[in-house]
Design a protein around this ligand. Structure first.
Ligand SMILES: [Zn+2]
Length: 605
């Protein structure tokens, strides 16, 4: 798919980033100088502060110096790592790039060994001592960072124990994660397409599920299932092992429920999460209504799981990169000229790598790098509507990261739950601008259906995935090792409520838990997507209701980065995520979109 689109000019040819604000190239003399400086500073840090943080004599000034030194060192590591990573992403086939990244990763791990004691000493201090320190004005700036570190107090082991666990994980859990990737990357999915037998990668086979030709979607689904089933023995074993490893960690670190450790790092409490999940589940009928409409539009009698991503109308128009830039900057400008000015910098100063080229990594991201530099956006632009949305998404991240640099390295990043706020908000701005300017009802319907399907995938599907994970972890704890069929059953049960009456679940679909990387790499990650999407829908409806007074508050929210807990920062824009009814607001907006799609479809008949 990407290959075919590449032949047609997208206007992104030659759009590459200029990383020289970090380093000029791999041979840049500053790199060796920075590595040397990193080690000198890390060793000096250990010498100066070890044994003096967990001490009754610790003064606010001394602690401030320690945090500032630590931040300086961490930023240095961050700069080297982000440069190495971006060079690698730009051309993964050049072995020099891979070796450079590996070298920088090893150096960082080595340097971090000198720094680990700080956190462990800091959490050992008594609450009374910590309170008196944190009440001192000079530490206000780092208060949230220091408090966050302390929240791990009940779950940390001793320094030697932590070091052993970390080292053993390389041949334990991390090895199983890597094995999962290796297996998935190496499965060749056999399929007959256009009279020829082909063997495709996972990405290519999943792309077939979006094909307008139903036979191709069906064949893709079948082939995916066959490939997964051939590997189900070892994949099931990997799942069992990692789920059990999670249970072991929870026992050692005193986490009661499988989800607790994730909730802690997400800075979200169980009650808030429960109301998010149950609110979504109460609205599953929307999915049912929407797929009934889609079934009608596609003229399909029995609508199967592999029909869900079929395009409603086949659009083949290429949107030139320049045009895409205009659309995005225009939508940003309508909302906030400041936001547009920042996004403009990315285009003007070559902070974007947009062209498709051999050896370049797939996908898209915005890398915050470090506060002393600026973020960079990475994407593979082929000129589809999806690419315009992706570019808007990443630029949303970029603006957020650019604004939050003022919080410094330790407090600029937000937890997962709010990390997608600016990106999803940017997409919504572009979506509404396109809807306003488009006159053709058919294209409008295609736009709104595309948006709805994206939102369903981030809101409802992620709740399903989270429910599945919960049941998987509990089943392993209660019943011991599980068979593939046991897990198939849990997966089918979790999906049923969302599929409702309109989508038929094929037998093949029961195996499709096997390829989802989040379950392996970051357990319980998925609900953060639902959180982010519903939060943004609510923020957007606030903007609609309040008008321009909302804008500076929103910019302020982005600028505050991770300087406080999400609930505190959101309170300032008038959002209370602890209110159990809060989530329904976003869901109501979604329901309005479904109604709009139904009405548009009626006008076409
Ligand atoms: Zn994102």
């Amino acid at each position: 798919m990407a290959k075919a689109a590449k032949k047609e000019k997208s206007g992104a040819e030659g759009i590459t980033w200029d990383l020289s604000d970090l380093y000029s190239n791999l041979k840049d003399k500053k790199i060796q100088r920075d590595i040397k400086d990193l080690f000198q500073k890390s060793e000096a840090f250990e010498k100066k502060y070890r044994g003096k943080i967990n001490s009754p004599k610790l003064t606010p000034k001394f602690l401030l110096n320690a945090v500032e030194d630590l931040e300086y060192i961490s930023e240095k590591i961050g700069k080297l790592l982000s440069f190495a990573y971006m060079v690698f992403a730009g051309n993964t086939r050049n072995p020099e790039n891979g070796a450079f990244l590996q070298m920088i990763q090893e150096k960082s791990t080595e340097a971090r060994k000198h720094l680990m004691f700080f956190e462990l000493e800091w959490i050992k201090l008594s609450n009374k001592k910590v309170d008196s320190l944190l009440n001192n004005k000079i530490l206000f700036q780092y208060k949230h960072f220091l408090e966050q570190e302390r929240s791990y107090k009940p779950h940390k082991l001793s320094e030697p124990e932590e070091k052993i666990l970390d080292e053993k994980a390389n041949t334990g859990s991390r090895a199983f994660k890597r094995l999962f990737d290796e297996i998935l990357n190496n499965i060749r999915f056999k399929i007959r397409l256009d009279g020829k037998t082909k063997s495709l990668s996972e990405t290519e086979i999943l792309a077939l599920l979006y094909d307008p030709d139903r036979n191709k979607r069906k064949a893709g689904a079948k082939s995916l299932t066959v490939g997964l089933k051939e590997n189900s023995h070892v994949l099931t074993y990997i799942f069992n092992t990692l789920v059990q490893d999670h249970a072991l960690n929870d026992r050692l670190r005193l986490f009661e429920n499988p989800m607790d450790s994730r909730n802690l790092s997400n800075e979200i409490d169980k009650k808030t999460l429960d109301s998010l999940m149950t609110s979504c589940e109460r609205n599953y009928d929307m999915v049912d209504t929407y797929y009934s409409l889609k079934k009608r539009l596609l003229g399909i009698k029995k609508f199967y799981d592999y029909d869900r991503y079929a395009p409603i109308f086949h659009d083949s128009e290429i949107i030139n990169y320049k045009k895409s830039k205009e659309i995005i900057l225009g939508s940003f400008h309508n909302f906030s000229p400041k936001m547009a000015t920042i996004a403009q910098k990315f285009f003007d100063k070559n902070w974007i790598d947009a062209e498709v080229r051999d050896g370049k990594r797939g996908g898209a991201f915005s890398h915050s790098t470090v506060p002393s530099a600026h973020p960079y956006v990475f994407t593979n632009y082929t000129g589809r509507m999806r690419d315009v949305m992706t570019l808007a998404h990443e630029l949303g991240h970029g603006v957020h990261q650019y604004l939050s640099r003022q919080q410094g390295y330790f407090q600029s990043d937000t937890p997962l739950t709010t990390a997608e706020t600016a990106s999803v908000f940017a997409e919504i701005l572009v979506f509404h601008k396109l809807m306003e300017t488009e006159k053709n009802p058919k294209i409008k319907l295609a736009l709104i259906c595309g948006k709805l399907e994206d939102i369903f995938a981030t809101v409802f599907r992620q709740v399903v995935l989270t429910r599945f994970e919960e049941s998987l972890h509990h089943a392993r704890r209660d019943k011991g090792e599980l068979t593939s069929e046991n897990i198939n059953e849990l997966w089918a049960e979790a999906n049923k409520p969302m599929f409702g009456k309109s989508v038929e679940m094929s037998d093949d679909y029961r195996n499709w838990w096997m390829y989802i990387p989040h379950f392996i790499h970051s357990p319980f990650y998925c609900y953060a997507y639902s959180f982010g999407e519903l939060l943004v829908l609510s923020l957007y409806s606030k903007y609609i209701n309040e008008g321009n007074v909302f804008v500076p508050r929103y910019i302020e929210l982005l600028s505050s980065g991770g300087s406080d807990a999400p609930e505190v920062l959101l309170e300032r824009v008038g959002v209370n995520i602890k209110d159990p009814d809060f989530w329904q607001g976003g869901l109501d907006l979604l329901r309005e979109m479904v109604d709009e799609a139904l009405a548009l479809a009626d006008t076409l008949n």
